[in-house]
Design a protein around this ligand. Structure first.
Ligand SMILES: *[C@@H]1O[C@H](CO)[C@@H](O)[C@H](O)[C@H]1NC(C)=O
Ligand SMILES: *[C@@H]1O[C@H](CO)[C@@H](O)[C@H](O)[C@H]1NC(C)=O
Ligand SMILES: *[C@@H]1O[C@H](CO)[C@@H](O)[C@H](O)[C@H]1NC(C)=O
Ligand SMILES: *[C@@H]1O[C@H](CO)[C@@H](O)[C@H](O)[C@H]1NC(C)=O
Ligand SMILES: *[C@@H]1O[C@H](CO)[C@@H](O)[C@H](O)[C@H]1NC(C)=O
Ligand SMILES: *[C@@H]1O[C@H](CO)[C@@H](O)[C@H](O)[C@H]1NC(C)=O
Ligand SMILES: *[C@@H]1O[C@H](CO)[C@@H](O)[C@H](O)[C@H]1NC(C)=O
Ligand SMILES: *[C@@H]1O[C@H](CO)[C@@H](O)[C@H](O)[C@H]1NC(C)=O
Ligand SMILES: *[C@@H]1O[C@H](CO)[C@@H](O)[C@H](O)[C@H]1NC(C)=O
Length: 475
């Protein structure tokens, strides 16, 4: 199929979606649902199940208009589903008459295999928290929806997966391990390469901050040096005062510096570098920078209990916290431990690999990530999958654990190298103000989806023509 034809098809489906908007609006049913998921996909005789939550967004769904079934993969936090009028995913649904199902990841939000008690996250329970189990959850969920023909989804409709960040990796891995269940995948900021010593992350924070006008990067560098100096050489009283100001008296000096550096990471990672830097540059005294960092920490929801091993040891379910589960995954499977950049670091020199080893060890009784096992299973950067799109943001520190260049025909990789384009930038709600490169990347995703979908339906109409499919051909 040539390029102009694909373009025409995208345009046509855009025009078509506009027409259907008002009618579909009245039929929408958005809401949370549960189904019984298997606890252990690797033990055929273990029939234990638990209630996994998912969401349905059928606002744009038109069963007779060659729809796409979009499986939006949720990750290391509460899942909220996809709203009909925001995010790139809803735009994809709109263009492709699609229905969006969002599956909450095991051990997060309300999807708790071991309930909501004080040992939900005990280590013997967390052994069921692995990326492999999560991928099987997705596969079993698809099977469940197809078996029951839920929401009018018939077995002859094509599925795609979409995910960003860790779910981006899941989206890529799902395409690799279960290729028969989908026709393609979008893997945004997909961290598919597990490795322990992740100094590139801090290097990118440094490089991204250097793009800012003014001396923002220098402020962040200096405050980390100065605060580290207080921890190493200050009086006990100075140390106490500093940590108390950040509500961090229960955590170690290293844990404090991890928390402290993540405050500025949030601004860069989520594309708010300029606003954060404006705040930090507004008062460049030591006390002023500290005060503004504390303010920013509250604004972006960074609190010491998400970083300190003291808190991470707590096995009790809490609606507010996901850190024990996520860092368990980090300390058992993935790594990505944030050591300082080699050049112009944005974090404390005390965050060495021996600090991180002790941190995992102390939070999870001796855990350390076996990244070799993880990459051996998933392929790391040698992942072998087709109809798979990787996207990354040029300012995103996570891009260095993602696949920045495609290595197979049928695999695509795009970098949105634009101002404040960072983590999962393409999954955000498209705006007329987006940079041209971002618009172009989204267009490429849309036209690939159109190609894969058309190939799927074309094959189907060849196989067994039916009334519905005849109609599609006429259209
Ligand atoms: C759904 O698609 C069919 C076939 O393309 C079209 O005739 C119908 O008007 C659409 N339904 C709605 C509610 O838009
Ligand atoms: C699960 O397996 C146990 C032991 O094999 C059996 O007693 C029980 O009936 C099974 N439960 C279900 C729901 O199949
Ligand atoms: C989406 O629609 C809701 C109401 O249906 C509205 O409150 C909200 O502002 C809309 N969001 C966007 C991004 O348009
Ligand atoms: C959990 O709660 C139960 C009942 O309140 C109590 O007996 C048990 O000691 C608690 N366990 C932990 C680890 O706190
Ligand atoms: C520390 O806790 C106090 C009391 O809850 C709160 O007012 C303050 O904003 C917190 N500061 C930071 C940096 O989290
Ligand atoms: C950090 O310390 C250096 C040397 O004492 C000082 O010149 C600088 O102003 C301090 N900067 C901040 C942001 O605290
Ligand atoms: C900078 O912040 C410090 C600490 O809050 C404050 O004492 C000082 O007055 C501020 N300076 C300016 C110029 O606002
Ligand atoms: C563990 O977490 C629970 C839920 O947030 C909290 O109620 C409890 O006090 C915590 N335990 C400790 C020892 O901090
Ligand atoms: C993206 O596609 C739309 C419509 O399909 C088109 O109007 C727009 O010019 C394209 N933008 C880029 C940057 O390719």
């Amino acid at each position: 199929m040539n390029k102009s034809l694909i373009f025409l098809l995208v345009l046509l489906s855009l025009a078509f979606a506009k027409q259907t908007y008002k009618v579909m609006n009245e039929q929408s049913s958005e809401g949370e649902l549960y189904f019984q998921q298997k606890l252990d996909h690797y033990a055929p005789l273990d029939n234990r199940t638990w209630a996994q939550r998912y969401f349905v967004m059928d606002h744009w769904f038109n069963k007779t208009a060659q729809p796409l079934v979009i499986l939006y993969i949720c990750g290391e936090g509460e899942c909220n589903g996809v709203q009909y009028n925001s995010s790139f995913t809803s735009k994809i649904a709109e263009i492709h008459n699609g229905i969006v199902l969002s599956l909450e990841h095991r051990f997060y939000g309300k999807s708790q295999p071991f309930g909501f008690g004080n040992d939900s996250y005990a280590l013997p329970n967390l052994k069921y928290l692995t990326a492999q189990q999560a991928l099987n959850d997705l596969a079993w969920f698809i099977q469940y929806v197809k078996d029951n023909q839920l929401f009018g989804i018939t077995p002859n409709m094509p599925w795609i997966t979409i995910g960003g960040s860790y779910p981006g990796a899941l989206s890529a891995w799902f395409r690799y391990k279960f290729p028969h269940l989908t026709i393609g995948a979008l893997a945004s900021s997909a961290v598919v390469n597990a490795y322990a010593d992740f100094y590139e992350f801090d290097q990118q924070i440094s490089d991204s901050l250097s793009k800012n006008s003014g001396n923002c990067r220098q402020i962040v560098h200096d405050i980390n040096v100065n605060v580290t100096n207080i921890l190493k050489k200050g009086t006990p009283q100075q140390k106490q005062q500093l940590k108390a100001y950040f509500n961090s008296t229960l955590i170690t000096d290293g844990d404090f510096m991890f928390y402290f550096s993540d405050i500025t990471v949030m601004g860069v990672q989520y594309g708010s570098r300029v606003a954060m830097c404006d705040l930090l540059m507004s008062n460049q005294t030591f006390a002023g920078v500290l005060q503004n960092l504390a303010t920013y920490a509250l604004q972006v929801g960074v609190t010491p209990d998400q970083y300190g091993a003291y808190y991470l040891r707590n096995t009790t379910y809490s609606h507010e916290r996901n850190a024990r589960q996520w860092y368990y995954q980090v300390c058992s499977e993935f790594g990505w431990l944030f050591t300082p950049a080699k050049h112009y670091p944005m974090r404390s020199e005390i965050l060495t690999m021996s600090y991180w080893t002790e941190w995992c060890n102390s939070a999870y009784d001796g855990a350390f990530p076996n990244t070799e096992v993880t990459n051996n299973y998933f392929g790391g950067l040698d992942i072998q999958a087709t109809n798979l799109i990787f996207t990354n943001g040029g300012e995103d520190p996570w891009q260095w654990a993602s696949k920045r260049t495609p290595t197979l025909p049928g695999m695509q990789s795009y970098i949105a190298d634009c101002d404040q384009c960072a983590h999962c930038v393409d999954l955000r709600t498209p705006s007329p103000n987006d940079s041209p490169i971002l618009k172009e990347i989204r267009n490429k995703t849309l036209s690939s989806f159109a190609t894969w979908k058309n190939e799927f339906y074309a094959k189907q109409s060849q196989k067994k023509p039916s009334f519905v499919e005849q109609k599609i051909v006429v259209q």
